[in-house]
Design a protein around this ligand. Structure first.
Ligand code: KG4
Ligand code: ZN
Length: 356
């Protein structure tokens, strides 16, 4: 591989089509030249969640126009792309096939190699795209819609699992609680917005595994507790849960958020202590949560711990994190792009399969 090269990244694992171009120059941190994103949220909203078949079809519609947009914004031609990276998994099979199919077709027609990227590694390395990039080693709190994990990260591909959820992920806890309260999809942003006007101390909700002697999480019981509390209030007011007064729903939302955030903050602090590190990196969609950021900043500030986040708009799925993860893997020499255009995807793909 030449000293300087461009990596095109394509993300299509769920309900966002993302494309981005990064430039790698020697051992410098890869630079994001341009990125473009199309979110399918409006389309799925009517169904209360992601409809896989609709997602795949929409990725097909968006991916090439977004690629053109990115190349134009970066002032590059398709021929100047040196590697085509794509999300290989985990994710929705049909949706992944669109991104990998397009990436392999582009690679084959341009005579350029391709590289399949692990979606979670994309999230994990996304803070390197921020104005305040971290340095290795650090503890990572990875909080997405499907995963909640604490990891020790010593370098690209050098991840050691410290703890993870035994049932629902933090994002899932936000989404399911929001659905129960009639807040629609995607639940996380809706619930956190409503929580801003609510009292986080209004209802006492469980903090699962808060005092366990390991770094695992469990959020499944929380949604049940939210449901029981919401139904109790609705019965008392003789109305449906969704018809409860906004102030009541806001208190429930704020109390739910407080429970999730408290567990995430305390377990992150415990992980830092166990790893003996003073640097925390937060990644994944829930990393956009304002209350989580405020409380982590406060708790870590008091303990001399630096916290790094992805830029707000790069917390949820995007192409930039895929291009970046591919670039960092290539740069660190742990993986080479190849000319096998057999677009095999891995809808289920544990992160530990890519460990060094
Ligand atoms: O990382 P991501 O985009 O997708 C996955 O790889 O899963 O994360 C999506 C998750 C959803 O559960 C969404 O509700 C949650 O991130 N999320 C939030 C916020 N923004 C997105 N949760 C809480 N507060 C937010 N502001
Ligand atoms: Zn994601």
């Amino acid at each position: 591989m030449a000293k300087d090269y461009c990596v095109l990244g394509i993300e299509s694992s769920c309900d966002e089509t993302g494309v981005a171009l990064v430039r790698v120059s020697g051992q410098r941190l890869p630079e994001l030249l341009a990125h473009a994103l199309y979110s399918q949220i409006d389309m799925h909203q009517a169904y209360g969640g992601v409809v896989p078949e609709l997602a795949s079809r929409d990725h097909i519609r968006r991916v090439l126009p977004l690629t053109r947009e990115v190349l134009e914004a970066a002032g590059k031609t398709l021929q100047e792309v040196d590697v085509v990276a794509f999300t290989r998994g985990p994710g929705l099979a049909g949706a992944l096939l669109v991104g990998s199919g397009v990436a392999c077709a582009l690679g084959a027609s341009l005579g350029k190699p391709v590289l399949g990227v692990h979606h979670l590694e994309g999230h994990l390395l996304s803070p390197f795209l921020s104005a305040d990039p971290p340095e290795f080693p650090f503890v990572a709190l990875l909080v997405s819609g499907g995963h909640t994990q604490l990891m020790r990260v010593d370098g690209v591909g050098r991840y050691q699992m410290l703890g993870e959820t035994i049932d629902d992920a933090a994002g899932e806890a936000f989404d399911k609680s929001a659905k129960l309260l009639g807040l629609g999809y995607p639940g996380g942003p809706a619930l956190s917005k409503l929580a801003e006007i609510g009292d986080p101390l209004a209802y006492k909700l469980p903090r699962p595994l808060l005092h366990s002697d390991n770094l695992d999480f469990s959020f499944a019981g929380l949604k049940t507790a939210v449901m029981v509390q919401a139904k109790k209030l609705a019965t008392a007011q003789a109305c449906a849960v969704e018809a409860l007064p906004t102030a009541v729903l806001a208190d429930l939302a704020a109390s739910t958020q407080a429970a999730i955030v408290e567990v995430l903050v305390k377990k992150s602090l415990a992980a830092l202590k166990a790893a003996g590190l003073k640097r925390l990196v937060v990644a994944g969609g829930v990393g956009a949560n304002r209350s989580l950021r405020e409380q982590l900043d406060r708790a870590c500030g008091q303990r001399g711990v630096r916290v790094h986040y992805p830029e707000l708009h790069l917390c949820t799925d995007n192409g930039a994190m895929i291009a970046m993860a591919a670039a960092m893997r290539l740069q660190s020499g742990i993986q080479a792009a190849n000319e096998v255009y057999a677009f095999d995807v891995k809808p289920r793909w544990p992160l530990d399969e890519i460990l060094l």
